[in-house]
Design a protein around this ligand. Structure first.
Ligand SMILES: *[C@@H]1O[C@H](CO)[C@@H](O)[C@H](O)[C@H]1NC(C)=O
Ligand SMILES: *[C@@H]1O[C@H](CO)[C@@H](O)[C@H](O)[C@H]1NC(C)=O
Ligand SMILES: *[C@@H]1O[C@H](CO)[C@@H](O)[C@H](O)[C@H]1NC(C)=O
Ligand SMILES: [Zn+2]
Length: 688
C-alpha cells in the first residue's frame, strides 16, 4: 500500500502546484472520508462493473467470432456505454480520500479506479483521444502492400494455397504453410493485387524468404504504409495522454503507465534486470551474426557490427525463431517437433484441449466448467469471418470462460492450447475476488504464469511422458542444445526489444516528440544491436510499425513477463522436487507445484506483486529476478562461449555510417553531432 499512499500524496501536492484547469477536480477530490459510504459505493461498483464487463465482453466475443457490420455496431455501442460508466465511476471514486479509509482492500480498490483512468480529461479531449487510438488501430490494421516484383504470376496457383488433411470426418488447416515468394496473380483478382497484409503474408515472407532484396522490400513497404499516416496522430495522442496523466496527478503518461507496478524505483529495477541478461543476449547475438555473415556476406552484415533489422526473420527483429535453419547448433540432430506424431495419432483440436485440461487437473488444479466447452471456439468455423488470434476470455460473471483459437494440429498450437488454458485457470482461481482484483498481480503476471506452465510442456521429458516423442538414438546433448537454441531465439532474443519499446515511449512522454524516429533507432542500436537496412528520417515513423505503440498498450509487461516466467517455473520445479537441468523440468502431475501455482493465482491483484513474489519464493526475494532465466539457458551459454571464442568482439561496434542511417547529419544542428558521438561511444561494447 505504500505506493498507493505515495501517489495520493503527490496528487494533492500537485493540485496546489499546477495551474491546469483540471485541478479544480482535485480540490474536490479526496474530501469524503466516510468509510461506510465508500464501502457502499464499492459494492455497487462491483455489481455494475461486472455487469458492464459482461455485456462488453460478450459483444466483443460476438464480433471477433463472427465479423459482421451488425456485430461491429453493437460492440461499439457497448463500448461507448462502458466508457461513460468508467467516467462516471471515476468521478465518484475520486470524491473519496482513499488514504483515510479504514479498510485497506477498499482503499486499494478505490485507487485502482482512479489511477489507471484517463477520465480526468474534459469530455471533448477524452473523446478525441479515444477516437485517435481507434483511427490509429484502423490505419494499422488496413495496411497493405504490393507483392515483390511487379509481374503477373502463375494463375494456376490459388491465392491462399493451404494444404489440408482429413481426420475423423473433419478438415483442418495445417499451419506452416509452404512459403511462396510471389503471390499468384490472376486477371480477376487484379483489383486485389496489392493486398498483402502483415498477417499472414508479410510475416511469412520475413520468416521464410532468404532473398535479401525481398526482405528489404517488405520491411520498407510495411513501414511506408503505416508510419507516415500515423505520425501526426501519434503526436497528438502523446499530448492528450500526457494531459490526462497530469490531470490525474502523474508527471506524464509514462509515469501513469508505470503506476500499476507499485514500485517507487521501477525504472531502475527494470534497467538492472536488462543489464543482468545482456551478457547472455550478446553471446547469442554474436553467434547469430556470424551465421548471418556466412549466409548473406560481409557487405550485408559487418562481422563486428550491428545486424540489419530485416534479416532476423521478423518485422521487428523481436523473435528470431524463424531463422533456426541458419543458426541451428547441430543440424545433423533433430529439432524436435511432434506435429507429425500428433497427426499420426489422429489428434483433433478438441483432444488437444482435453489434454491441456488434464495437464492442470493432474496438478490438482481446477477443471474448466461445462460452459467452457459449450461456448469456446476451438477451430476455425466454416463460412464465417473470424479474427483468429488465440485468446482466453473471462466474461466477468464467474460462470462463462472461453477460448478462441483457430487450432491446427501442430506442436506450436499444442503449446498455445496449454498457454491459453493457463489464463483460464488464472480466471478460475481468482474468481472469488471482487471485479477490480480479478487480474494479474501486476501487468506482467498473467503472461508470466501462462508461459511458466508451458515451459513444462515444450520439453522432451514431458513430450515423452504424454507419448508424443520416443527417445531415438540421437545424441541427447545435441538434441538439448537444439532445443535450447529454439527457446533462446524466442525468449532471449526478445528481451532487448521488449525492454526498449517502453524506454522509447517513456522518453517521448517525458521529453517530447522531437526526433522521435532517431531516438527509436538509437535505442534499437543500443539495446538490440540492430540498425535499419536503409536510411530513415523523421518523415518516417518506425515505432508505428508496432501495433502496441499505436494501440496504446503498455509493453514493458512483456519484458518482465519473460523474466518472471522463468522465475515462477523454477519455483514450481523446486516444489515438484525436480533435480537436474532446469530446462528438462516437467511439473506435470505434481500436486505440490499445483498448490504453489494456485496460491500465486488466487490472490489476483488484491495484493502487491512484491508480496506474492515474496511468498512464492518463501521469503527469498520480493522482486522479479532474471537468475532463473540465466540458469535455464546456462548450458547453451557455455556452448555459445565456445563458439564465440575466436570472435574479436562479443556484442557490436557501431560506426559513423551505422548512425548516419537514422541520425540527422552533423552540422544540421549543433547538439546532434554531440549526441551522435555519445551514441557511438555508448554502443562500443567491451569484450566479455
Ligand atoms: C453472426 O452474426 C449475425 C448478426 O450480424 C447473426 O445474424 C448470425 O446468426 C451470426 N452467426 C453465427 C453463426 O453466430
Ligand atoms: C535417451 O536415451 C539415451 C540413451 O540411448 C539416454 O542417454 C538419454 O538420457 C535419453 N534421453 C532422454 C531425454 O530420456
Ligand atoms: C522488498 O524487500 C526489501 C528488503 O528485503 C525492502 O526494503 C523493500 O521495501 C521491499 N520492497 C517492496 C516493494 O515491498
Ligand atoms: Zn497469453
Amino acid at each position: 500500500m505504500e505506493a498507493c499512499k505515495g501517489a495520493v500524496f503527490r496528487l494533492t501536492l500537485f493540485a496546489f502546484l499546477t495551474r491546469y484547469a483540471m485541478c479544480q477536480e482535485y480540490f474536490r477530490m479526496g474530501v469524503n472520508t466516510n468509510s461506510a459510504e465508500a464501502s457502499q459505493f464499492l459494492r455497487e461498483y462491483d455489481r455494475e462493473a461486472s455487469g458492464m464487463c459482461y455485456r462488453v465482453t460478450m459483444s466483443q466475443w460476438r464480433f471477433v467470432t463472427n465479423i459482421t457490420e451488425n456485430n461491429r455496431r453493437r460492440m461499439l455501442e457497448e463500448l461507448a456505454l462502458s466508457s461513460k460508466f468508467e467516467r462516471l465511476s471515476w468521478r465518484k471514486a475520486a470524491a473519496y480520500d482513499a488514504t483515510r479509509l479504514s479498510d485497506p482492500q477498499g482503499r486499494r480498490q478505490l485507487m485502482k479506479i482512479v489511477m489507471g483512468s484517463r477520465a480526468a480529461l474534459p469530455d471533448d479531449k477524452y473523446s478525441e483521444l479515444q477516437q485517435l487510438i481507434t483511427e490509429m488501430k484502423e490505419i494499422y490494421n488496413s495496411a497493405k502492400i504490393c507483392p515483390y516484383g511487379q509481374k503477373p504470376y502463375d494463375p494456376h496457383i490459388p491465392r491462399e494455397y493451404i494444404p489440408e488433411y482429413q481426420t475423423m470426418g473433419q478438415t483442418y488447416h495445417l499451419a506452416n504453410q509452404p512459403y511462396q515468394h510471389y503471390q499468384p496473380y490472376t486477371e480477376s483478382s487484379e483489383s486485389n493485387y496489392c493486398d498483402m497484409q502483415l498477417d499472414p503474408e508479410i510475416s511469412r515472407i520475413l520468416a521464410h524468404s532468404r532473398i535479401e532484396s525481398e526482405l528489404l522490400y517488405v520491411w520498407k513497404s510495411f513501414r511506408d504504409q503505416t508510419g507516415p499516416k500515423l505520425r501526426n496522430r501519434f503526436m497528438r495522442y502523446v499530448q492528450l495522454a500526457n494531459q490526462a496523466a497530469v490531470a490525474t496527478g502523474y508527471r506524464d503518461a509514462g509515469d501513469q503507465m508505470r503506476a500499476p507496478y507499485e514500485d517507487q524505483s521501477f525504472r531502475a529495477s527494470v534497467e538492472e534486470i536488462y543489464n543482468q541478461v545482456q551478457p547472455l543476449y550478446k553471446q547469442l547475438f554474436t553467434y547469430v551474426r556470424r551465421k548471418l555473415v556466412q549466409r548473406y556476406g560481409e557487405t550485408t552484415v559487418r562481422s563486428d557490427g550491428p545486424i540489419p533489422a530485416h534479416l532476423l526473420g521478423n518485422m521487428w527483429a523481436q523473435n528470431w525463431k524463424s531463422i533456426m535453419d541458419i543458426v541451428m547448433p547441430f543440424p545433423q540432430s533433430p529439432n524436435v517437433d511432434v506435429t507429425a506424431e500428433m497427426l499420426r495419432q489422429g489428434f483433433t483440436p478438441l483432444r488437444m484441449f482435453q489434454m491441456a485440461e488434464e495437464f492442470y487437473t493432474s496438478m490438482g488444479l481446477k477443471p474448466v466448467p461445462p460452459e467452457f466447452w459449450r461456448g469456446s471456439l476451438l477451430a476455425r468455423p466454416p463460412q464465417r469471418s473470424v479474427q483468429c488470434t488465440a485468446s482466453a476470455w473471462d466474461f466477468c460473471n464467474r460462470i462463462d470462460y472461453r477460448i478462441k483459437q483457430c487450432t491446427e494440429v501442430t506442436q506450436q498450437d499444442l503449446v498455445s492450447t496449454h498457454h491459453e488454458l493457463a489464463h483460464i485457470q488464472y480466471y478460475l482461481q481468482y474468481a472469488e475476488q471482487p471485479q477490480l482484483f480479478r487480474d494479474g498481480a501486476n501487468p506482467a503476471f498473467h503472461e508470466a504464469v501462462a508461459n511458466a506452465a508451458t515451459l513444462s510442456v515444450y520439453n522432451l521429458p514431458h513430450l515423452q511422458r504424454v507419448g508424443l516423442y520416443q527417445n531415438k538414438s540421437h545424441d541427447p546433448y545435441e538434441v538439448g542444445m537444439n532445443f535450447l537454441m529454439t527457446m533462446a531465439l524466442e525468449k532471449v532474443a526478445y528481451l532487448p526489444f521488449a525492454f526498449m519499446v517502453d524506454q522509447w515511449r517513456w522518453s517521448v512522454f517525458e521529453d517530447g516528440v522531437q526526433n522521435m524516429n532517431t531516438r527509436w533507432w538509437q535505442m534499437k542500436l543500443r539495446y538490440q544491436g540492430v540498425i535499419p537496412p536503409l536510411s530513415r528520417s523523421e518523415g518516417d515513423f518506425d515505432p508505428g510499425s508496432k501495433y502496441h505503440i499505436v494501440s496504446d498498450q503498455e509493453y514493458v509487461k512483456y519484458f518482465l513477463a519473460t523474466i518472471l516466467e522463468f522465475q515462477i517455473f523454477e519455483q514450481l520445479c523446486q516444489a515438484s522436487g525436480h533435480t537436474g537441468h532446469l530446462y528438462e523440468c516437467d511439473v506435470y502431475r505434481s500436486r505440490d507445484a499445483g498448490r504453489l501455482l494456485s496460491e500465486i493465482m488466487q490472490a489476483g491483484s488484491s495484493k502487491p506483486a512484491s508480496e506474492i513474489i515474496k511468498s512464492m519464493t518463501r521469503g527469498k526475494t520480493n522482486r522479479i529476478s532474471p537468475e532463473a532465466l540465466v540458469k535455464y539457458f546456462r548450458p547453451l551459454e557455455l556452448w555459445l562461449r565456445v563458439q564465440n571464442r575466436d570472435e574479436s568482439l562479443i556484442g557490436w561496434n557501431s560506426n559513423y555510417h551505422d548512425v548516419a542511417l537514422f541520425a540527422p547529419q552533423r552540422g544540421q544542428a549543433d547538439t546532434r553531432g554531440i549526441s551522435c558521438i555519445a551514441l557511438v561511444l555508448s554502443s562500443i561494447l567491451t569484450l566479455l
